[in-house]
Design a protein around this ligand. Structure first.
Ligand code: ZN
Length: 277
């Protein structure tokens, strides 16, 4: 088994400190939480930023502060910005891509979420993909539905994206795709057919986190994803003490599948990223 990239989604746009005091929402807290996760074996950090009142933010200064802190404390870590839309002005979602993070998330289609429609019009998707291409940012395609794989292929055909994106199947968001093992096989088969050079991972939301990770590892995923964004618990009845604790759970699961967490250099090689500057 190849070394597996451990991605940690430290903050997200939904959980608040009242849900779990360990959710890092200020830049300094986010840098510290990332550093702990890095030392526990994570090599990719997925970043949302918040305003002081914990509402989602698109402020490039906040993104810059977190990126700078992460690069100072763990220079090899792969930095991925979210361009996700929850609670953010559509027009501002790509405003931090000029900071040239290693990667950014890119949702290629719309989907129902628990209480909103997560809107990703084709024009917006193309605009974000163009900014990523022009800034040398590797997209992580967020697949909430089968059609989103085909939308990603259209970006490749239009010259807006290389044939080697990283793809993440997101399962278990209420009102969107359920976390069912046979659906992962369908998504994976379709991705291998139309985006054969893509690397891939799968994210299970809430109580689905561990089992989706298990299915992904059994199918040779390039990466697994964990973190407080997706799930504030390590068990049904216990809050996670930190992102690092969730990373340790993921690293343990990788070991039980006969693998190990990738080193930072291995993680960059696996995703086709250049060595850290
Ligand atoms: Zn996110």
């Amino acid at each position: 088994m190849n070394p597996v990239v451990v991605a940690v989604a430290i903050t997200g746009s939904v959980p608040r400190k009242k849900d779990n005091p360990a959710v890092p929402t200020l830049p300094a807290e986010q840098v510290e939480s990332t550093h702990e996760a890095f030392e526990a074996g994570a090599t990719l950090v997925h970043i949302h930023v918040r305003n002081d009142d914990e509402s989602p933010s698109s402020d490039p200064e906040r993104f810059a502060a977190v990126q700078e802190g992460v690069r100072r404390h763990c220079p090899d870590m792969i930095v991925q910005f979210s361009t996700g839309g929850r609670g953010r002005d559509q027009a501002a979602r790509g405003s931090s891509l000029s900071l040239r993070p290693d990667m950014a998330s890119l949702s290629t289609g719309s989907v129902n979420f628990p209480t909103i429609v997560y809107e990703n019009a084709t024009s917006l998707v193309e605009d974000l993909a163009t900014k990523m291409r022009d800034n040398g940012v590797l997209p992580e395609i967020e697949i909430f539905d089968l059609s989103h794989i085909h939308a990603a292929r259209r970006l490749v055909d239009a010259g807006l994206m290389k044939e080697t994106p990283h793809v993440q199947f997101v399962m278990g968001v209420k009102n969107a795709m359920p976390a069912e093992e046979h659906l992962l096989d369908i998504l994976l088969a379709e991705t291998r057919r139309i985006l054969p050079k893509a690397t891939w991972t799968a994210a299970g939301i809430g109580a689905n986190q561990a089992r989706v990770m298990d299915w992904a590892l059994a199918r040779g995923a390039s990466a697994v994803r964990t973190g407080l964004e997706d799930n504030v618990r390590v068990a049904k009845d216990r809050l996670a003490a930190s992102n690092a604790e969730l990373v340790r759970v993921a690293v343990d699961l990788i070991g039980r599948h006969g693998g190990r967490a990738a080193s930072p250099a291995e993680a960059r090689a696996a995703l086709g990223l250049p060595a850290a500057a």
